[in-house]
Design a protein around this ligand. Structure first.
Ligand SMILES: Nc1ncnc2c1ncn2[C@@H]1O[C@H](COP(=O)(O)OP(=O)(O)OP(=O)(O)O)[C@@H](O)[C@H]1O
Ligand SMILES: [Mg+2]
Length: 548
């Protein structure tokens, strides 16, 4: 009798290596076309440099160079003045996927997954066959280590091609050099745009960029203060899922449920822990390993029934409205700027803060939709705007009261840049390439509230501008008649009438009647009562909806 077919199938069933998976699915990591691949590589390296500098409390100075090697090949060099990487870790960091320091840490950073830079190394090696060249130094007294590395896709382990000690005239830092297939273009999704946007939201950074045309662009530091250092936090009990809770119970070193709750979560003191146990009808001194699935479910119920204070927010570092406005002013030539920072909020137990800014008028094009700048943990997001919670929130906000045209279900129109920044200990991206933020209702609601705050202030400006424009037109119209009236008077009254004097007098009468033309200051105007009222109603409406 023939063997069951399952035996045949079994011969082909085997584990799939993580590097093999991502080599085939490189689009998941942002390497779906040549243009994007070049941009993603630079973004991964620069984001890492900024994270490392800030963690070490060093004002970042990043050097970026892209050299055109011909035939769609480019050499990317990114060098930082960060803390460097210890010798032993260099091969793992650059030539091993899913290896990093940020994944298990609940604090705000640009990277989080431990895959960014090694994916760039993998892409470079797949498209040019060349190894990554890394130099790193951790102290002026220590030597610099140089490595040439490849990633073994079968084992997801580093392949050391070359290893040596080199002279490097630098106190500390890291330099990466990669040859890869790419395509260089300007425009809204270019390296130039990414670096410019990075400068807007990171005023403490200096970037020196040499593009493939060998032109040097410098984005100088605008603020000498590093962002406040973020603190690592433990998860907040609200929003923790059953599976995660069971896993935490399995690996905890705590001996009782009460100490498990106080040790492993933020904002749980012994009183709150007792309350949680009571509300879940479980004894406080139960051993964590004795808690089965049903008990864990009861524990979750207990958590949800207990009032627990919101998570601490020193784990997130917003840019602050002031610096956001400064950044916008530095890079966008507009006539009116406004920015706001929302109070902290929580999604799935993760604290987050939303900030928004608007630049209006000036050199910006009045044609078509507004320009949207999206940022997550200070990183510009250049792709997949349509799929992002930011886009959904802008489209879902009514911009007409704020003086912008908008057809329903679309972005507003006008000479406007809308900037949204979300800062969180864990940004919920829709994919590993970190391009769009997922549609969590809590996040959408906060973005809308931030946009409304800015929108109301924008409205004050836009309406005032329109009013002045209309009045000045009316005035011009009346003034056309003044010389004719003076002339007619002279004709009626004879020679003794001084025509010029009459003109002047009529002008004075006109100004007396309608007042001098209001002055429009193109800077931030104070909050207007009229719009405070609209805002209040809108806020009430938004509180009531579920964000969808
Ligand atoms: N320039 C650098 N200086 C110092 N340490 C670095 C540098 N680049 C990377 N690292 C270290 O290497 C680790 C891995 O970097 P990688 O970009 O692969 O992942 P990540 O930044 O943690 O997360 P993500 O995949 O989201 O980028 C980082 O977590 C960091 O500890
Ligand atoms: Mg990274």
């Amino acid at each position: 009798m023939a063997q069951p077919i399952a035996h045949e199938l079994a011969k082909k069933q085997r584990e799939i290596g993580v590097a093999e998976f991502f080599a085939r699915n490189r689009h998941l990591l942002g390497f779906d076309n040549k243009r994007k691949a070049l941009m993603t590589t630079i973004k991964e390296a620069v984001d890492n440099s900024l994270d490392a500098c800030e963690e070490a409390e060093i004002l970042p100075e990043i050097y970026v160079e892209v050299i055109d090697l011909g035939s769609d090949r480019f050499r990317v060099i990114v060098e930082d003045n960060g803390p460097g990487i210890v010798k032993k870790q260099i091969p793992h960091i650059f030539a091993r996927l899913l290896y990093g320091s940020k994944f298990f840490k609940l604090s705000q950073s640009r990277g989080q997954q431990g895959i960014g830079i090694s994916a760039s190394v993998l892409y470079a090696q797949l498209t040019t066959g060349k190894p990554a060249k890394i130099t790193s130094k951790i102290d002026p007294k220590d030597p610099a280590h140089y490595y040439e590395l490849k990633l073994d896709t079968q084992t997801n382990k580093p392949d050391i091609i070359k290893e040596e000690i080199v002279e490097w005239n630098k106190d500390h830092g890291t330099r990466i050099e990669l040859d890869l297939e790419g395509s260089y273009q300007g425009g809204s999704q270019s390296i130039d745009q990414y670096l410019k946007d990075t400068a807007i939201v990171n005023p403490h950074v200096t970037i020196i960029y040499t593009n493939p045309k060998a032109e040097q662009l410098i984005f100088p530091r605008a603020d000498d203060n590093l962002p406040p250092k973020t603190v690592e936090i433990k998860p907040h009990p609200y929003g923790v899922e059953l599976g995660r809770l069971m896993n935490m119970l399995k690996y905890t070193e705590a001996r009782t449920l009460q100490s498990f709750l106080t040790n492993e979560f933020s904002r749980v003191g012994s009183g709150t822990a007792k309350q949680i146990c009571e509300n879940g009808s479980i004894l406080c001194n139960t051993k964590p390993e004795e808690i089965n699935r049903d008990m864990a479910e009861k524990l979750l119920e207990g958590i949800n029934k207990t009032k627990i204070i919101a998570p601490p927010t020193d784990c997130i570092s917003p840019i602050t409205a002031d610096l956001l406005e400064k950044g916008l002013k530095k890079e966008i030539n507009a006539e009116y700027y406004v920015a706001t920072t929302r109070p902290p909020s929580v999604y799935r137990g993760n604290p987050f803060i939303v900030e928004a800014g608007i630049a209006y008028g000036g050199e910006q094009s009045a044609e078509g939709s507004v320009n949207v700048l999206r940022f997550a943990n200070r990183v510009p997001l250049l792709y997949q705007q349509g799929a992002c919670a930011v886009n959904k929130s802008i489209v879902g906000t009514n911009w007409r009261p704020y003086g912008l045209n908008q057809s329903s279900g679309s972005l507003p129109q006008g000479p406007v840049t809308i900037l949204v920044h979300i800062a969180s200990v864990w940004v919920p991206f829709t994919s590993e390439s970190k391009e769009a933020i997922a549609h969590y209702p809590e996040i959408i609601k906060e973005i809308k509230l931030a946009l409304q705050e800015c929108g109301r202030k924008l409205a004050t400006y836009v309406h005032k501008k329109k009013r002045i424009h209309a009045e000045s037109k009316k005035r011009d119209y009346i003034q056309i008649f003044i010389p004719h009236v003076a002339e007619a008077l002279k004709e009626i009254l004879g020679k003794e009438v001084d025509e010029d004097k009459v003109k002047l007098l009529l002008k004075e009468v006109l100004e007396k009647q309608i007042g001098t033309l209001e002055n429009i200051e193109v800077e931030n105007l104070e909050y207007d009562e009229e719009f405070a009222k609209i805002g209040k109603e809108e806020n009430e409406n938004t509180e009531g909806e579920d964000g969808e």
